[in-house]
Design a protein around this ligand. Structure first.
Ligand code: GTR
Length: 335
């Protein structure tokens, strides 16, 4: 009798154990795949808003199977370090400026040459057209470890500093200007006669405040959101570059997903562009207004002065490899 009782108990225990294991397996199968996206800007910045829209579309289109968590405000590190981690698959996605990416894939210089785009419309014709798509695809083929997903708007970059008003390129002479960690940006400031100082975005505010650098260069929204406008009052609307933003995925992370899921991710990123562009347009106007109201010294160079900045960039164009020269010519031919 005792033996039968024991036997029944063992059976019961085994049964419940199988039940628990099966339930566990189901829970694993149902658990969403969670992927991480690194963003340098704060939560309300237009690029971050674009990232959230991308994440929302992916979640919706996979019925919640894939969740993308957005780590904004450089929580996962500065752009260069984040890109390295994306190459290793330690971070799944990041939205960065093309400048830091160009330090890894120099061909991207073709999309960030100074005074290249005639307008925002021209830039978008290029990015959403054949050339932009080619560049996204070429990233994958380059075996850089990145997969290009989409571009975002970043307007035009301008000079600002804490020392003096810059009206012409000659006024830049000797100023220590922070640049992104990218060879092209170094050369650009050098050719203006400035002293380029590469450093991560997050270090710029204190470097301006302590006088380690005299100035930097960026668009209205970044000049505002970082509070650089409080410590570098002179802003010159010379618009030396329009550097698009780009969202890239880690090829290691993407390879773990099914073809269908990869396609959903590519399409969702591409579909988030219009949303970001709208947020950008609003925030760009708002940032400019706030800075003007704050009483900063805003200088609009004359057309002759702009021509002077452009002329200073000629050696940079001349030094480009044949491949980049070809793309530049194609970009210029886009109507
Ligand atoms: C901003 C860009 C950032 C970052 C920054 C910088 O315009 O959105 O991704 O590259 O410039 O200057 O470091």
């Amino acid at each position: 009798m005792k033996k039968i009782g024991l036997f029944c108990m063992v059976l019961l225990l085994a049964g419940s154990l199988i039940g628990v294991l099966a339930a566990g397996r189901e829970a694993v199968a149902d658990a969403p795949i969670v992927l991480r996206l690194a963003e340098t800007h704060s939560q309300d910045y237009p690029t971050t808003q674009g990232n959230y829209e991308f994440a929302r579309l992916v979640e919706e289109r996979t019925n919640g199977r894939i969740k993308i968590e957005v780590y904004h405000s450089s929580q996962l590190g500065e752009e260069r370090a984040v890109l390295e981690q994306v190459q290793f698959g330690a971070i799944d996605f990041t939205r960065v400026s093309i400048s830091p990416l160009s330090a890894f894939v120099p061909e991207f210089d073709a999309l960030q040459m100074p005074f290249l785009y005639r307008s925002g419309e021209h830039m978008w014709q290029v990015l959403e057209g054949e050339i932009g798509r080619e560049f996204l695809a070429s990233l994958e083929e380059s075996e850089s470890g990145f997969i290009g997903l989409c571009f975002y708007d970043a307007g035009a970059r301008n000079l600002y500093n804490s020392r003096r008003e810059i009206k012409t390129v000659e006024d830049v002479r000797g100023l220590k200007i922070r640049v992104q960690e990218a060879p092209l940006m170094m050369r650009l400031i050098e050719l203006m006669g400035g002293v380029p100082t590469p450093m991560p975005f997050g270090d710029v505010y204190s470097a301006l405040q302590t006088g380690v650098i005299d100035g930097a260069e960026n668009n209205w929204p970044s000049y505002y959101s970082t509070s650089h406008y409080e410590v570098a009052k002179y802003f010159t609307q010379n618009g030396h570059t329009m550097v698009p933003e780009i969202t890239v995925a880690s090829s290691i992370s993407m390879a773990k997903l099914s073809e269908d899921d990869q396609e959903i991710i590519r399409q969702a990123a591409w579909d988030s562009m219009d949303f970001q562009k709208e947020k950008w347009a609003d925030f760009e106007a708002e940032a400019e207004q706030i800075i003007r109201d704050a009483g900063n010294i805003i200088t609009m160079p004359t057309p002759e002065a702009i021509a002077g900045f452009q002329k200073a960039m000629e050696p940079l164009y001349a030094a480009q490899p044949a491949y980049v020269q070809d793309v530049i010519a194609r970009i210029q031919a886009v109507k």
